[in-house]
Design a protein around this ligand. Structure first.
Ligand code: SF4
Ligand code: SF4
Length: 208
């Protein structure tokens, strides 16, 4: 009896092992039918999605040294170095800097700046060997951002998941004019505007 039980247990384990091997191989065979989606960085780069929060761009001439960006920043990060000009009775901005080694790219400063002199760009390649180089002064902040789609002819832009047509998971070899899944931002705006005007029209009709 003991021998039979041992044979039964062994058979059960062998069947279980064969099942697990089969499950593993099914994943392998499934991947053999798919195309690789590896992005060959830096020769290929993913296009950042809309509203991506990359390196901040700063326009020196627009800044009024109000320091709102400092107050809304969760870590009081932007350094606004200004002096009061007694003749013009206005603040004069001397230097402005943001340390991207500390910044969490929350976008609060950009959101609340009253003169819109700050903006988030799609630049994400900020790595350096020395973290002090991440402290950008107003000159570095004022540099036009790198754009995956426009800056370098040697780089092939690859659409990331949010820009792909429905059911497509690989951004390689897609025809340029392939439409992505979902509505485009301009279409959403158009729809909102037409809704607004329709509501205004019905409101006016109800009043008259
Ligand atoms: S993005 Fe956020 S953390 Fe960075 S400077 Fe602006 S407010 Fe501060
Ligand atoms: S909120 Fe804008 S205008 Fe005010 S100090 Fe900051 S960057 Fe300059």
């Amino acid at each position: 009896m003991k021998f039979l039980k041992q044979v039964g247990d062994y058979t059960k384990e062998a069947v279980q092992a064969a099942k697990y091997i089969g499950q593993g191989l099914s994943v392998t065979f499934d991947h053999m039918q798919r195309r690789p989606v590896t992005v060959q960085y830096p020769y290929e780069k993913l296009i950042p999605s809309e509203r991506f929060r990359g390196r901040i761009h700063f326009e020196f001439d627009k800044c009024i040294s109000c320091e709102v960006c400092v107050r809304v920043c969760p870590i009081n990060l932007p350094v606004v170095d200004w002096e009061f000009n007694k003749e013009t009775k206005k603040k004069k901005l001397n230097h402005y800097s943001i340390d991207f080694g500390v910044c969490i790219f929350c976008g609060n400063c950009v959101e609340y700046c009253p003169t819109n002199c700050l903006s988030m760009t799609e630049e994400y390649e900020l790595s350096t060997y020395d973290r002090h180089e991440l402290n950008y002064d107003n000159v570095a902040l004022g540099r036009l951002p790198y754009s995956v789609t426009h800056s370098d002819p040697m780089v092939t832009p690859i659409r990331e998941l949010g820009y792909l047509p429905k059911g497509v998971l690989n951004g390689h070899d897609l025809p340029k004019d392939t439409r992505r899944a979902g509505q485009l931002p301009e279409e959403i705006l158009e729809e909102m505007e037409s809704q607004k005007s329709a509501e205004a029209k019905t409101g006016a009709e109800a009043k008259s």
